[in-house]
Design a protein around this ligand. Sequence first.
Ligand SMILES: NC(=O)c1ccc[n+]([C@@H]2O[C@H](COP(=O)([O-])OP(=O)(O)OC[C@H]3O[C@@H](n4cnc5c(N)ncnc54)[C@H](OP(=O)(O)O)[C@@H]3O)[C@@H](O)[C@H]2O)c1
Length: 370
Amino acid sequence: MASSSEHHHQQRVLNAGVLGATGTVGQRFVVLLAQNPAFRIHALGASERSAGRAYRAAAKWKMSEAMPAAVADMEVRACDPAQFGGCDVVFSGLDASVAGDVERAFFEADFAVFSNAKNYRMDPLVPLCVPVVNTDHYALLAAQRAAKGLRRGFIVTNSNCSTSGLVVPLKALQDRFGPLRRVVVTTLQAISGAGYPGVASLDILDNIVPLISGEEPKMEAEVLKILGGLRADAAGCAPLADLRVSATCNRVPVVDGHTECVSVEFAAPAPPSIDEIKQCLREYTCEAQRLGCPSAPRQAIVVTDDEDRPQPRLDRNAGGGMAVTVGRIRPCPVFHVKFTLLVHNTVLGAAGASILNAEYAARKGYIVAV
Ligand SMILES: NC(=O)c1ccc[n+]([C@@H]2O[C@H](COP(=O)([O-])OP(=O)(O)OC[C@H]3O[C@@H](n4cnc5c(N)ncnc54)[C@H](OP(=O)(O)O)[C@@H]3O)[C@@H](O)[C@H]2O)c1
């Protein structure tokens, strides 16, 4: 049950700033925030190349949805905290090459920052939060604020786009059947995951690129932090020590939606049956759903029994892009079970996760009014 103070927070519309608003993730933020009753877009930021221009001129618009009228004529600002006064929350879709310094400037200026970039994900005082999986990691924020001397400010990150899809079924399985021992995952990742202009068309059409630089170690480390717990004093993370994850990442000629082929071994010697696994995934729920956050999917995991699903074009918008679709659940002759999942890489894999993180933070009273 949400407390009365949670209901109070839930009703206030929050002013949102978007850093990196012209990019692939930034445009997704703009589309999702414009439809979201909990937020009002207050400020848009990008590089000096874009600052001072109208958003419609600065952004090379690539979304299939029309550019929301409310932002088209907004002037893009430089990513300077002094230009984001009045923002209750700041979402970042900044390029990792600048996110470290710019995001630090914002949280040190006491802004609540929700970031998609990799820079702070593995900091032990920073929640790495896939909001349908580990909102319990928000308990780190008290120690983070104390360590950095912040009153209103903090930074919460969400995971790499492939990690965000993988951890949802793994969390469901771990909660129901106990620790996992080994996970092997092979990804087929969409080109929108590389930003714009991303992979050259001559490299990706009629082709598969068997390298996404830096992606495999990110997945292997982030899964352990997200599925792990916190130290007893909530002043640090306690990543899983006994799970081994091996990731192989490929870029494929799909626009949106990452597919992942996963094999899982449980620590328990007698694995659950395939029917028990399907039931467990179908029944999985999370705290963001129980609190009634507007972006939480009704069904966090959509289990399909169609033998040739999930497919990116057919399944990427399940739950408004916030659900993970899992199919082809079958015994694994090497480990215990294998399946194929699909995640929308810029929704649950990026902007949608940040927005749901902010909805959750608001309901739990972490966002202090300006
Ligand atoms: N795409 C995905 O599916 C995905 C998923 C999860 C996480 N991420 C992460 O999210 C971040 C953004 O990715 P993306 O794919 O959206 O990249 P992108 O399309 O290349 O966009 C980058 C954004 O950063 C801005 N920027 C670049 N240099 C800047 C500077 N010096 N100062 C201020 N702003 C600057 C750009 O503004 P200008 O237009 O003015 O250059 C643009 O708005 C990355 O850290 C990425 O790893 C992406």
